[in-house]
Ligand binder design. Structure first.
Ligand code: ZN
Ligand code: ZN
Length: 643
């Protein structure tokens, strides 16, 4: 190794020597990296840098390709610069501020005298394409701070000056592409021609440095991908997410609303309440099969109870408080302490166990307004909550039957892809080593005994016991946690709960907290987006709508309506003097599963002409046959999910 050389190595060990000051790109080439032409940056030791960065010491080096997560970040970041470049060309008086990469793309904030219009975005995007195809090199240089300040002052870029003044280093880096120079740490693509797949998505107002006391800026959002194909897939996914957004469908289908009088607390409309109550009815039918007993417990309970349960110490920030008769009371955020009170009444024998208390009680938890969103995170909700009190020997059987309930339920809703996580003992925990070992072994055995694939999340258990979380992937392959099974060694201790074992001695029961759907509100949000508002027949708020061709068929329609309703089906009739096509279209917009058309022919033959949403026109049928067909479809759900 001659003096003035540095050693560059791949993580695998291959190494070569290059002259000191060679660029990262040259080093990769010297290493024989075949795809170096596709690389947009390099990883040098722990840092992603420009391909033009010169190497002054021995390093480990790897190419960064655009389809890796690091590469995507470089692409998106460089595209933000490209956008700023285009904005400055089109609107020279506009000042640039900051432009970070975010989860699904990037944004850049501008000081602009008015909001950008959709037409502006189009012009900016077109110019971005021109600058990209000019394939301008992107060059970095380091300058002393005062020089950078003078540079931006001459350009009238006051925000940049403010940013530089906040940087402690003596030197800052500037990046130049063509006639545009920006302050930045980098790294960037080597030239603008590498930016091939991008799209500006939206505009919004944003305060400088996020503070309402500062000036309002104009933020443009965009995204970029390694290839046009990936961009297209992403944009289609965004469209689909918008189409399925439960907040929008909730409004369009008249299911629920929110009001400023009760922030983040949904009001369910009659149709939303039908879906809500059908979900609970389904769970109740499961409970009948699995030996649960439903209980009803108070909403407002003495603060002393919450001190005893530990919620007051550990969960107070999420609780609402009130007072009555000069007693401090809390509105329940959970049902567990009430169920402990119920268990603790009288003497329990091992023969009484397991005891399974189910409770759909309304819960209130304070959530900061920044994190609430539609039905997915609310302050007022109910869960399909239950607590099982059992002997240690019964844990395996109980958890096993919860798993059976869960899987049956997820099958029913078409959540066929699941991810299951076993959370083990965290650092801070109560209970003996032996107890934890046994509990974790039991949960593992339940999963493995059933051939269930799962992932261990070390230390993710609660301080009071290990748990299993059950997640599903929805139609858009987003992961949601629904069910949970948590063992609890703490509450039976705090509430001094016992049972008398077969030897006549007092023993502590184990408590299991478990939920299948979790919060019903949140589950509804997930389900609405999963099925895009097309509820399965058994859940649809209106299962069928009768539509008449003329007034001549009204009497017949009323009679059919009565028959359908007596059969327990949710039917309604549209007898308005509107065109048939218009009435059918309206029923379709409401995503009603069956539209039953009645004209003179149907009246004469005592039939109806059904249309099934998604399947088109079905053969004309008699009303009893139609009822049989629908009931056959609904029955499994009525039977607690047994097909
Ligand atoms: Zn940059
Ligand atoms: Zn609980």
């Amino acid at each position: 190794m001659s003096e003035g050389d540095v050693r560059v190595a791949r993580p695998s060990g291959d190494a070569v020597e290059v002259r000191c000051g060679a660029t990262a790109g040259e080093a990769l080439r010297a290493l024989g990296e075949r795809r170096v032409g596709e690389a947009i940056a390099a990883r040098v030791d722990d840092q992603v840098v420009d391909l033009t960065r010169s190497l002054e010491r021995d390093v480990i080096i790897l190419p960064v390709f655009p389809d890796s997560s690091e590469g995507l970040e470089v692409l998106r970041h460089s595209t933000a610069h490209l956008m700023a470049h285009a904005v400055k060309r089109l609107f020279p008086a506009t000042q640039v501020t900051i432009g970070p990469v975010i989860a699904a793309g990037f944004y850049y904030d501008f000081k602009h005298d008015r909001p950008f219009t959709p037409e502006d975005l189009e012009r900016i995007e077109t110019l971005m394409r021109e600058i990209a195809s000019a394939n301008l090199p992107v060059e970095r240089r380091e300058v002393p701070r005062h020089e950078a300040i003078a540079f931006f002052r001459a350009l009238g870029e006051h925000y940049k000056i403010e940013i530089i003044e906040g940087i402690p280093e003596d030197r800052v880096s500037l990046y130049t592409q063509g006639d545009f120079t920006d302050l930045c740490r980098g790294p960037h693509v080597p030239s603008t021609g590498r930016l091939k797949a991008f799209k500006l998505t939206s505009v919004a107002g944003a305060y400088w440095r996020g503070s309402e006391r500062n000036e309002m800026l104009q933020r443009i959002y965009g995204t970029a991908f390694a290839s046009p194909k990936e961009l297209k897939t992403h944009l289609a996914m965004l469209e689909e997410a918008k189409r399925r957004d439960h907040r929008r469908l909730g409004r369009d289908l008249n299911l629920f609303s929110f009001h400023p009088e009760a922030p983040a607390s949904p009001f369910f409309h009659p149709k939303g309440a039908i879906v809500y109550n059908e979900l609970i009815a389904y769970i109740r039918r499961l409970y009948d099969q699995f030996g649960y007993q439903e209980v009803l417990t108070p909403q407002v309970l003495d603060v002393e109870l919450w001190k005893r349960s530990g919620h007051y110490d550990n969960y107070r920030e999420s609780m609402y408080f009130t007072e009555a008769d000069e007693r401090a009371m809390a509105i329940k955020p959970m049902n567990c302490p009430s169920h402990c009170l119920l268990y603790g009444m009288g003497t329990r024998s091992y023969r009484d166990l397991p005891i399974r208390f189910a409770d759909f009680g309304r819960l209130h938890r304070y959530e900061r307004s920044g994190v609430t969103a539609g039905l997915t995170r609310v302050r007022s909700f109910s869960q399909d909550d239950a607590h099982i009190f059992c002997t240690p020997d019964q844990i395996e059987g109980e958890v096993g039957s919860v798993v059976e309930m869960l899987f049956r339920t997820y099958d029913l809703f078409g959540f066929s892809e699941r991810r299951i996580y076993l959370g083990t003992r965290p650092e801070k925990s109560i209970g003996s080593d032996a107890m934890w070992e046994r509990a974790e072994a039991t949960l593992t055995q339940v999963l493995e005994g059933r051939g269930i694939r799962y992932e261990v999340r070390h230390g993710d258990g609660a301080f009071y016991g290990p748990k299993i979380d059950f997640c599903i992937l929805d139609a858009m392959r987003r992961e949601w946690q629904l069910g949970t099974v948590q063992l609890d060694f703490s509450l039976p201790e705090r509430f001094d709960l016992h049972f008398v074992n077969s030897a006549g001695q007092e023993e502590r029961p184990v408590m299991i907290h478990r939920a299948l759907l979790g919060s019903i509100e949140r589950f509804m949000a997930i389900l609405i987006e999963h099925c895009a508002g097309d509820f399965p027949l058994w859940l649809a708020p209106v299962q069928m709508r009768l539509v008449t061709v003329t007034e001549e068929q009204h009497a017949y329609a009323e009679r059919v309506l009565g028959t359908l309703r007596s059969a327990g089906l949710r039917a309604e009739a549209d007898l308005r003097k509107e065109k048939l096509g218009y009435k059918i279209r309206e029923a379709e917009l409401q995503k009603i599963p069956f539209v039953l058309v009645i004209g003179d022919k149907e009246v004469a033959s005592d039939t109806i002409a059904p249309r099934r949403r998604g399947a088109g026109i079905l053969a004309a049928t008699s009303v009893p046959d139609l009822i049989n067909m629908m009931m056959a479809e609904i029955r499994p759900y009525m039977a607690g999910g047994v097909p």
